[in-house]
Each structure stands twice: as C-alpha cells, then as structure tokens.
Write a protein that binds this ligand. Structure first.
Ligand SMILES: Cc1ncc(COP(=O)(O)O)c(C=O)c1O
Length: 379
C-alpha cells in the first residue's frame, strides 16, 4: 500500500500554501499534513446509522470538553446555527432576539425565517461592541399581550466581528433569560478566539448556554465542519432537523478526523487554548491595527482577537482600494476587514505594511468598481 505521507507531499493543497497571503478570512486556512494524514487513517462507517467510530468519538470528546450531554457534527456553521434555532423553537408565536450584526440574521441567507417563521428582534448594542443584559431587557418580549410576539430564544455570538462578549455579561444574560423561560443559543463559530484571548475557558462559556455551535473550518483550519452541543434531547431533535435539510452524511470520518486534529493541534488540548497554534495570532492582529493607526488610519472597532476592522471611509480610502493595492503585492484583501489566522506569514504582514503606505498616500490607480464588498460594510 502506498505511504499516505508520500502522496500528501504531492498535493497542491499541502501545508499553508497560498493561505499565508490570504487575509480575507480565517476560512482560507488550509488543512495541514497531520489533518490529511488523519483523513487517510480514519474509519469509514455510516453516520446516518450512527456507526462511525471517529465521528462518535469526536462528538463525545467535544461534548465532554464543553460540558454538554451530547454533540452533533454538522457540515457548516450555518447548518449548526439553523438546526439549533429550529430545534429550540416549538410552538408559534415566537421570536428570536439577537445583535443586529449577528451572522444568523445577516449572512445565513434568510435561514431563520425560512426554517422557523420566527419574528427576529434585532438589537443595536448601546456600547457598540456587544449586547448587555440592559439591551436585551429593553427589547425582549415577555408579556402575553396578544398583539406581541414573545421572545423564546436569544442567540448570542462570540466573538462577533472579532470582538469578545465578556464571560460575566454572557452569564448575566443567560441567567436572566432562563429565569424568564427563554433559551439561549451561542453562535460560537469563533468562540475559540475569545478563549485564546484570555476571556474565559472553553467550558466556562459553553456550559452557560442551552446550545453552542463551534466551527472547525475557520481559524482552526479543518476543511469542513462545525459541531453543535446541547442536551441529549436537543441533539436528538437536531439530528432529525439536520437530516431534513440534507445534512445527514455517510462516511463522515473523512471530515470528523480532520476536525479532531483541528481542535487538538490548532486550538490545543488545554481548556484555555494556550498550547495550540491560535495562540499568538492575536498579537499579529494588534500589530496590524497599530500599523494602520500609526499612519493616521482609523479603526471601526477595537482589536480584541484576530480581526482588524479598518474604518476606510473615515480614513479617506475607497471600499475596494485595499483589495486593488493588495493584488499588486500578491496579498488577498477584502474591504476593510483584515483577518489574521495562524497560517498568515510575517512576509504577508510586511507586504501589508506597504499596502497601508500606498493606500494612505493615495498613490495608486483606483479601481472603477467602488461597490462595497462583503465584509467591508456594516449592515
Ligand atoms: C460568526 C459566524 N457564524 C457562523 C458562520 C457560518 O459558518 P459557515 O460559513 O461554515 O456556514 C460564520 C461564517 O463565517 C461566522 O462568521
């Protein structure tokens, strides 16, 4: 039999590859040789029949690390969120409350209304960074006035646009919600980043919520997959809804195996993510933020984790300028959002410094297309 590691060396997607110069998103991370090796050695049984050991072990492992009863591997963060939201809601009328910038409402193709018919109560956080209990209380509907639509689910997101919701605030919101018979879901696609920033341990956060969806294919670098954690009852329902939208997969060991490597090697085996590859990326993001402000640029948000939001308009730069200048230097950029992942190299950051110089001097041919790309504008 051929040695898998020999074959892996020949694949064009081996190692970081072009990901080192791609700062559009942490979804651009490439699977590592150890992920590809794990795929070669995985079990290949059927997950619709719950028979695949690699998938089952991954689910038990994540359930245990997040202090939940059960877990369900899903194909994407969107699938994790939508299946969770669908599983929490039972009898209309019901409403879902979330931050106005939440991924579930801005970037999931209208899934909440499509799958649940829920009214969505979007809230603009007063502090501009994250929701607080005061924001939630102001907009949640608790009464039984028949004109109103009662809030039955709060969906939080952490990190949101790279910013951290502090553990104490998350706890206040969840305790108040539970006291008022409201479930709370966490879109924790990038909760790993909040943990690595020192905001709390993985289980400090995850154990608070009725469900949490965590992504493997963003900063963690796996090719596919997210996982939903919750009670046995919720996950049983979620498995059903996952099937109804075509998310029941057969030889899921192929992506479960890479996801396990992503947790252990990229996030780390300790509960604060200090032993993995993510640790260190936030320093690079802070450095990029300083590179921008030291040239007179303005930031739209503070840099808490791996995202740097340049305020292009306030800095006199067009929405597509960064992408245009970046292309000249072999860097992939999108609007004003710069995302650092652990495969971004120091060479990429020096090139970015040159992009910033050029953008601030206005010394380049501006692209005709000045429509705002995804990621450059706030909804
Ligand atoms: C906060 C957040 N939640 C969910 C998702 C959805 O993940 P996916 O692209 O895997 O569907 C994303 C994707 O970028 C995200 O940023």
């Amino acid at each position: 039999m051929a040695n898998p590691s020999v074959a892996l060396g020949q694949t064009s997607w081996h190692g970081a590859g072009a990901a080192e110069f791609d700062l559009r998103s942490d979804t651009m991370t490439k699977p590592t040789p150890s992920m590809l090796n794990a795929i070669c050695q995985t079990t290949l049984l059927d997950d619709v029949f719950n028979e695949d050991p690699t998938t089952n072990e991954l689910q038990s492992y994540v359930a245990q690390r997040t202090q939940h009863e059960d877990a369900l591997l899903v194909l994407s963060g969107t699938m994790g969120n939508q299946v969770a939201i669908r599983s929490h809601l039972t009898q209309p009328p019901y409403a879902v409350l979330c931050d106005h910038r939440a991924h579930i409402i801005c970037y999931e193709a209208g899934g909440v209304s499509l799958w649940t018919g829920a009214t969505v109560q979007t809230v603009v956080p007063k502090n501009g960074i994250h929701l607080t209990l005061e924001d939630v209380k102001k907009y949640a509907v608790l009464d039984d006035n028949i004109h109103h639509c009662p809030t039955k689910l709060i969906s939080l997101e952490n990190t949101l646009d790279g910013m951290v919701m502090p553990l104490a605030e998350a706890r206040r919101i969840v305790e108040w919600a539970h006291a008022n018979d409201i479930k709370v879901h966490l879109d924790g696609a990038r909760l790993w980043e909040a943990v690595v920033s020192g905001a709390g341990s993985l289980s400090d956060y995850t154990s608070l919520f009725d469900s949490v969806s965590l992504c493997f294919s963003k900063g963690l670098g796996a090719p596919i997959g997210s996982i939903l954690v919750g009670s046995k009852e919720l996950i049983k329902k979620a498995r059903w809804f996952r099937k109804s939208i075509g998310g029941g997969t057969r030889q899921s060991g192929v992506f479960a195996s890479a996801a396990r490597v992503a947790i252990d090697e990229t996030f780390g085996t300790d509960s604060h993510g200090k032993t993995g590859q993510l640790f260190g990326t936030h320093e690079k993001a802070k450095r990029i933020g300083e590179m921008w402000t030291s040239r007179g640029g303005k930031l739209q948000y503070p840099v808490h984790t791996n995202m740097v939001w340049l305020d292009l308009e306030a800095s006199g730069v067009g929405p597509n300028d960064m992408a245009t200048i970046g292309e000249e230097l072999g860097l992939k950029l999108l609007g004003g959002r710069i995302v650092v992942h652990y495969q971004v190299s120091d060479e990429a950051i020096s090139r970015l410094e040159r992009v910033f110089d050029t953008a601030m001097k206005g010394d380049f041919q501006r692209s005709e297309d000045q429509s705002k790309p995804y990621g450059s504008s706030k909804p």
